[in-house]
Write a protein that binds this ligand. Structure first.
Ligand SMILES: Nc1ncnc2c1ncn2[C@@H]1O[C@H](COP(=O)(O)OP(=O)(O)O)[C@@H](O)[C@H]1O
Ligand SMILES: [Mg+2]
Length: 336
């Protein structure tokens, strides 16, 4: 796979604040949950961008904003030069065809009362111009084949498939409208480790075959390592580090990324190096009340006064990629 460099998705200063209310009958807004709080990045044709961060940092909200399943509080999402956040009606429907999602949990995301054929073919019911009615069954069978399932099983129900097979059904559905972008929201987190590699291999093969761009969400850096061209690390609604795969894994400059990396088992072929382990203290703060300045400072061993006073911008720092840390320095993850 060779990303062409052509930008197909531009995300600019994207914000999603959910109202925080009090009272059961008369809901008063007492604040906001800052689920996504100023996220910007580009995605290129055929590229995989890994998005990594702890649970609750806003990954799924970001995915829903990109799919236009949620309206942003502010900011823009542009697909092939067209602003999706401003699109309505038929125009939005057409744009949505181009960006599809594979969900986290194949056990709950497939309707148990629908046959696999109906699940995979459902997008054709919504986008009726993609496949004429008489063609749909054949198309669904072809999709089953593409994801490595038996096309003769078209009339079976989700419970008749294993977890890995169900995720293949979800992937087939995502492919039905021939999108250019697929958002994979923790697609293997709910699967057995032995099955994860098969699904990852399938996603990689499909990417080559159809020149797909992926946004691949995970809570663990080890999952996205193999598949990503670039990686974005999120913390409390913001991207704190963004760079080429090897930059993030070998020259990470942000303490949060370094902490995540130190939790990842890395094979050490020479067997002579031991790694510094960084144990993060406590849980992330609430996105309803993030710390002033740098949001990571309350758990950061490098924090100084400036970190509480001034928000570090995501800019090119030591290491040559984007980091949002006042004290960013390239850091060899492996120590002698
Ligand atoms: N519809 C919603 N209403 C209110 N809060 C929400 C909603 N969806 C998500 N959140 C909150 O936004 C934050 C980010 O959630 P989410 O995007 O699901 O994170 P992740 O996918 O990284 O685990 C969490 O604090 C979550 O509770
Ligand atoms: Mg999530």
């Amino acid at each position: 796979m060779a990303p062409s460099g052509e930008r197909i998705l531009e995300v600019r200063d994207l914000v999603k604040h959910f109202p925080l209310t009090q009272g059961i009958v008369l809901k008063r807004q007492i604040g906001a949950i800052k689920a996504v709080d100023g996220v910007s990045f580009d995605l290129h044709r055929g590229e995989t961008l890994g998005v990594v961060g702890e649970s609750g940092c806003g990954k799924s909200t970001l995915a829903k904003l990109l799919m236009a399943l949620e309206r942003p509080t502010s900011g823009g999402v542009t697909i092939n030069g067209q602003d999706m956040t401003k699109a309505r009606g038929a125009e939005l429907k057409r744009m949505r065809r181009n960006i599809q999602m594979v969900m986290q949990d194949p056990y709950t995301s497939l309707n148990p009362r629908m046959t696999v054929g109906d699940i995979i073919g459902e997008p054709f019911e919504i986008h009726t111009d993609v496949a004429p009615k008489g063609d749909r069954r054949r198309k669904v069978q072809e999709l089953l084949e593409v994801v490595g399932l038996n096309p003769e099983h078209i009339n079976r129900y989700p419970h008749q498939f294993s977890g890995g097979q169900r995720q293949r059904i979800g992937i087939a559905r995502g492919l039905a409208l021939q999108p250019e972008i697929i958002i994979c929201d923790e697609p293997v987190s709910a699967l057995d480790v032995s099955i994860q590699a098969q699904v990852m291999n399938l996603l990689e093969r499909l990417q080559e075959e159809f020149n797909l761009a992926y946004i691949f969400i995970a809570h663990d850096l080890s999952v996205v390592r193999h598949i990503s061209d670039r990686v974005a690390v999120m913390y409390l609604g913001k991207i704190v580090e963004l760079g080429k795969d090897e930059a993030i894994y070998e020259r990470s400059a942000h303490p949060y990324t370094q902490a995540l990396l130190s939790a990842v088992p890395v094979p050490d072929p020479e067997g002579r190096e031991s790694r510094e382990r960084i144990i993060l203290q406590g849980d992330p703060p609430s996105p309803a009340d993030p710390p002033s300045g740098c949001r990571f400072r309350t758990r950061c061993w490098k924090a100084q006064d400036i970190c509480a006073e001034q928000e570090p911008l995501l800019e090119v720092r030591a290491g040559g990629h984007l980091s949002a840390c006042h004290f960013a320095e390239a850091h060899d993850v492996i120590h002698a």
